[in-house]
Design a protein around this ligand. Structure first.
Ligand code: NAD
Length: 416
């Protein structure tokens, strides 16, 4: 069955609008992205040949502020995925109550097949192609799957070159020496750690008694693993594109993170430790743990496996890892889910702090960044949790009730 993540967005919005009692005209505009740009990006490859890559930038909403959202480099990127990711950014920024709308970009490319030079040329040309619609007060990209701080540095330099400007605030998640924020690299994982701790507290579970399985060991998965491990949780299973690793006594997270960071291309398949058992990604998702954290891609928990989920609770590190059908099954099973637009919002919250620091030209210490992030996560988590309790709905619906209301309010105030 072909799966369109934008249908997921529409179903969630419709559901929240119904509960809020909105007439169709009140929220119709939110169902359509404001702007969708497709670009073709020619790149000279190392062997001298030319390859043309397809890329997208979608701005779902600028009602509450400039569009904000990452750039994904992945072979399965497509326009509907980028549209869905841009809409999730709108609702994520509104849930966290930061003054941004939502946007997202992507290129259809497997970055692991490109040399560093090819990646740089691709990133720079993409920046040039989307430069007319982005800017510090228009649309601010950041890293996502397959991209990182180094690429944001190239992106920044190309944008500054084509616009003859010095605009560090055009992109976040950039290297510290170019105006990046302390704490940004860990921010999404730190936000996931806070949300996991708050949910455990609500269920009277001590973090030291919690076992955790994490799908995906990229930026989000590895930082979540590291910080939750430091907070006292036992990480028993992790996975990446090569498969999973399980250790009932708790995995050696520092050793795993060090191994993965050691060399480009290192995957869990090449890692070993005493007591480690190899498992598949399917087995990881179905493992018997306190908390499951999907932190890879969309659509991982779906109608085919939702019934087999044994985790007591789920905290969504990835964007859109649970389909609408799976959500219903999990709700019936009584498994609470901290939704993506809340759980992984730590990244965009610290991106916002980075942008504020760039605009002020004044930089904060890491403790200050982390404390401001904690305060934001605490109020967002409790607002969503309380809303879900009050309306007797899931936390996902609770988050959409809060965020859709904020977006619609802004649209109305503009007279739209
Ligand atoms: P990344 O590229 O750094 O890592 C992705 C990880 O997922 C890798 O370990 C990869 O091996 C693994 N993976 C890929 N396909 C898989 C599969 N089929 N099964 C298991 N693992 C698989 O990406 P990231 O930045 O960590 O992003 C992960 C998710 O979190 C995405 O959904 C992204 O949109 C979301 N997110 C990222 C940020 C951020 O700040 N980077 C912020 C919010 C949300």
């Amino acid at each position: 069955m072909s799966y369109n993540p934008y249908d997921n967005v529409l179903a969630t919005v419709e559901n929240a609008a119904k509960i809020l009692g909105y007439a169709k005209d009140e929220y119709e505009v939110v169902k359509y992205p404001e702007r969708e740009l497709k670009v073709n990006i020619p790149v000279k490859m190392d062997d001298g040949s030319i390859r043309v890559f397809e890329g997208f930038r979608v701005q779902h909403s600028t009602a509450r502020g400039p569009a904000k959202g990452g750039i994904r480099f992945h072979q399965n990127v497509n326009k509907d995925e980028v549209k869905a990711l841009s809409a999730w950014m709108t609702f994520k920024c509104a849930t966290a109550d930061i003054p941004y709308g939502g946007g997202k970009g992507g290129i259809i490319v497997n970055p692991s097949e490109l040399s560093s030079g090819e990646l740089e040329r691709l990133t720079r040309r993409f920046a040039k192609e989307i430069a007319p619609i982005i800017g510090p007060d228009k649309d601010i990209p950041a890293p996502d799957v397959g991209t990182n701080a180094e690429l944001m540095g190239w992106f920044l330099d190309s944008y500054n070159t084509v616009t003859s400007s010095h605009s560090p605030a055009v992109v976040t998640g950039k290297p510290l020496c170019l105006g990046g924020s302390k704490g940004r690299n860990e921010a999404t994982g730190r936000g996931i750690m806070f949300n996991t701790m708050y949910l455990l507290e609500k269920h009277n579970i001590d973090i030291h008694d919690a076992t955790i399985a994490i799908q995906g060991m990229g930026n989000v998965g590895s930082q979540s693993a590291r910080l939750l491990h430091e907070a006292g949780a036992k990480i028993v299973a992790v996975s990446d594109v090569s498969g999973g690793a399980f250790n009932p006594n708790g995995l050696n997270i520092s050793a795993i993170c060090a191994y993965l960071a050691e060399k480009k291309g290192n995957t869990l398949a090449g890692y070993n430790e005493e007591g480690l058992v190899r498992i598949s990604n399917e087995e990881l998702l179905e493992s018997d743990v306190t908390v499951l954290i999907p932190a890879a891609l969309e659509n991982q928990i779906n109608a085919d496996n939702a019934d087999k989920i044994r985790a007591k609770m789920i905290v969504e590190g990835a964007n859109g890892p649970t389909t609408v059908e799976a959500d219903e099954i999990l709700e019936k099973k009584g498994i609470p889910v901290v939704p993506d637009i809340l759980a992984n919002s730590g990244g965009v919250v610290v991106s916002y702090f980075e942008w504020v620091q760039n605009k002020q030209g004044y930089y904060w210490e890491e403790d200050e960044v982390n404390e401001k992030l904690r305060a934001k996560m605490y109020s967002a988590f409790n607002a969503v949790y309380d809303m879900a309790k009050e309306k007797n709905v899931s936390m996902r619906t609770g988050a959409y009730l809060i965020s859709l209301k904020r977006v619609v309010e802004a649209e109305k105030a503009r007279g739209i």
